[in-house]
Design a protein around this ligand. Structure first.
Ligand code: SAH
Length: 219
């Protein structure tokens, strides 16, 4: 997809983006396609104009309703893990937020399903993705804490909010070889991945992270 005609594009210089990509490399991101796409998706279009000058910095930023857009490193890291799945057909994201991770995933997967519990954010993300011309997404306002059984099975399930305990119920919504990438915990959180191998689900513990919590119900 070509994002070159996104309004405000000139606002963020090529240099700012190159700096972000160099930083991602120094943080251990190696996947060439991930680095290319992270340089192309206009991150500043996903945050409020007042803070858009910070959009390419290495930090999470507020997106309203007490929620945040994840820092570039974690988006890149989780996307790299997602691309390790054997197919790029269907991915489910739980926690659409501003729709940035959704847009990054949409550059790789045929269809991105994404669910958001806060109505205001879901509506805003829908409008933003439509303006940006990101069309291979199915956005839903709802509680994703049990996944999206009707639309599965998925190649990848990615949680962008921290589950209090391992969301076991979603494992059944993965294809063979599929991957669930999720933060788990409360004050202390860990990024984990469960992969469906021929021997069954195998869990890997990856790194310490800090996400907003996965909450039940709709808002
Ligand atoms: N992927 C987002 C990250 C947003 S923060 C981005 O790129 O901006 C995580 C989001 O998960 C928040 O918007 C929060 O409202 C949402 N969330 C938390 N619990 C949820 C649930 N049970 N179902 C759906 N969304 C949830």
């Amino acid at each position: 997809m070509n994002f070159n005609n996104v309004p405000g594009m000139g606002m963020t210089s090529a240099r700012t983006r190159t700096r972000m990509i160099d930083r991602l490399k120094s943080q251990g991101i190696t996947h060439p396609e991930v680095l290319t796409i992270m340089g192309e998706v206009p991150r500043h279009a996903f945050v409020d104009e007042a803070i858009s000058h910070k959009a390419y910095d290495d930090m999470s930023l507020p997106i309203g309703h007490g929620q945040t857009i994840s820092q570039p490193y974690i988006v890149a890291r989780m996307t790299e893990l997602a691309l390790g799945a054997p197919q790029r057909d269907k991915v489910l994201e739980i926690g659409t937020g501003c729709g940035y991770q959704t847009t990054v995933l949409a550059q790789f997967f045929k269809t991105v399903y994404s669910i958001e519990r806060i109505g205001g954010l879901a509506k805003q993300a829908r409008e933003r993705l439509s303006t940006l011309g990101v069309l291979n997404t199915r956005l839903r306002h709802g509680d994703g804490s049990r996944g999206l059984p009707d639309s599965g099975p998925f190649d990848v399930i990615m949680l962008t909010a921290a589950a209090p305990i391992v969301p076991e119920a979603m494992i059944a919504q993965l294809k063979p070889g599929g991957r669930m990438i999720f933060p788990v915990g409360g004050d202390t959180q860990e990024l984990r991945m469960i992969e469906i191998t021929p021997e069954g689900p195998v869990e890997q513990r990856l790194e310490r992270v800090k996400f907003v919590p996965l909450l039940p119900g709709m808002a």
